[in-house]
Ligand binder design. Structure first.
Ligand SMILES: [Zn+2]
Length: 276
C-alpha cells in the first residue's frame, strides 16, 4: 500500500513531469472506482488548462490548474504512471490523461486493480474545502511543534500511543510501519496510554516520526516514470527497519527478541527492553 513517502515521491515526480503542460485529452474507462467519479468537474478542472502545481495533503495527490484541482488517492494498489503510449498498457487502467508538451506527449495512466483509490475534482482555488480534507489532522513534516501538538491530544486520552499516532484525524501519514519504527526510536512502548507519557516523550516521538518519514522520502519511494521500480520498490524497503516485521529476530540495540502483538487488529512490533 502506498504510504506518505511513496505519495510524496509520486507528487515530486508528477510536478517534474507535468507542471507547465496542458491536458489535451482525458479518457475515462470507468465511471467509478471506490465511488462515482465527478467526470464533468474533473474535465473542467483539468482539460485544456496548464498544470500550475502538484501538491500532497495526507496521501492525496492534488494537481492544480487556474480553474481548479484534480484530486487522486492511490488507495491500496493504485498507481499513476507516465507512459509513452495513450493505449492502456495494464489491466485495470481506469483513466488516461494526455499532456501535450513541446518535445513529446506524456500519457498519465491511473491504474488500480483493487479499486480502493479515488479520483475527484474541485473547482475554484481552495481545494482544502473538498470533503476529502475536512477531517484530516496535521501534516507531520509541516507541523512545527509536532511534539506539543501530539501532547495536547494525548494528555487527556487513555488510548494506546500507537493508536493515537495512527489516527488520521490527529496526524496524517503515520502508517503502521512508521508508527512502529518511530516508537522504537523514541524508546516508547506502543501499549502505553497516551495520557501516561510526558511532554518529553512526545518530543522524542515527534522527532522520531519526522526522521523516519524523511529517511523514507529520501530513499526515494517510487517513481511514476518507471513501472518496474514502482512495482517492486517502496521507500520503506529502503530504510533499515528496527522492529517492523521482525518477529523473533533480535533487537539491533540490545539483542533482545523482537515482540509481536495485535493492537486494534493491526500488528505491532517492538522491543520490550528498549521501549518502556
Ligand atoms: Zn532492544
Amino acid at each position: 500500500m502506498p504510504e506518505l513517502p511513496e505519495v510524496e515521491t509520486v507528487v515530486k515526480s508528477l510536478a517534474a513531469t507535468c507542471q507547465g503542460l496542458t491536458a489535451t485529452e482525458i479518457k475515462f474507462y470507468r465511471k467509478d472506482i471506490r465511488e462515482p467519479i465527478p467526470i464533468p468537474q474533473f474535465r473542467k478542472a483539468l482539460l485544456k488548462q496548464a498544470v500550475v502545481s502538484v501538491e500532497r495533503r495526507s496521501k492525496y495527490i492534488i494537481m492544480n490548474t487556474k480553474t481548479g484541482s484534480a484530486i487522486f488517492h492511490l488507495g491500496m494498489s493504485g498507481q499513476l504512471l507516465a507512459l509513452k503510449s495513450k493505449k492502456p498498457q495494464f489491466k485495470h487502467t481506469h483513466l488516461v490523461m494526455t499532456f501535450t508538451g513541446e518535445a513529446q506527449n506524456i500519457y498519465l495512466h491511473f491504474v488500480d486493480p483493487r479499486r480502493f483509490g479515488r479520483i475527484s475534482a474541485h473547482l475554484g482555488e481552495a481545494w482544502e474545502q473538498h470533503p476529502f480534507f475536512g477531517q484530516l489532522g496535521c501534516e507531520p513534516l509541516e507541523q512545527r511543534s509536532l511534539g506539543t501538538y501530539l501532547w495536547n491530544y494525548g494528555k487527556k486520552s487513555n488510548r494506546p500511543i500507537k493508536s493515537l499516532l495512527m489516527d488520521s484525524k490527529v496526524v496524517v501519514g503515520i502508517g503502521n510501519i512508521y508508527a512502529c519504527e518511530s516508537l522504537f526510536l523514541a524508546g516508547v512502548h506502543p501499549e502505553r496510554s497516551a495520557a501516561s507519557l510526558s511532554p518529553k516523550d512526545y518530543q522524542a516521538i515527534a522527532a522520531a516520526a519526522k526522521k523516519t518519514l524523511r529517511l523514507a522520502i529520501k530513499a526515494g519511494g517510487t517513481s511514476i516514470k518507471d513501472f518496474k521500480s514502482m512495482e517492486g520498490k517502496s521507500g520503506y524497503f529502503a530504510i533499515s527497519l528496527n522492529v517492523y516485521g521482525r518477529s523473533d529476530e533480535s533487537c539491533n540495540i540490545c539483542g533482545n527478541s523482537i515482540g509481536h502483538i495485535k493492537q486494534s487488529g493491526r500488528s505491532t512490533w517492538f522491543c520490550g527492553l528498549c521501549q518502556k
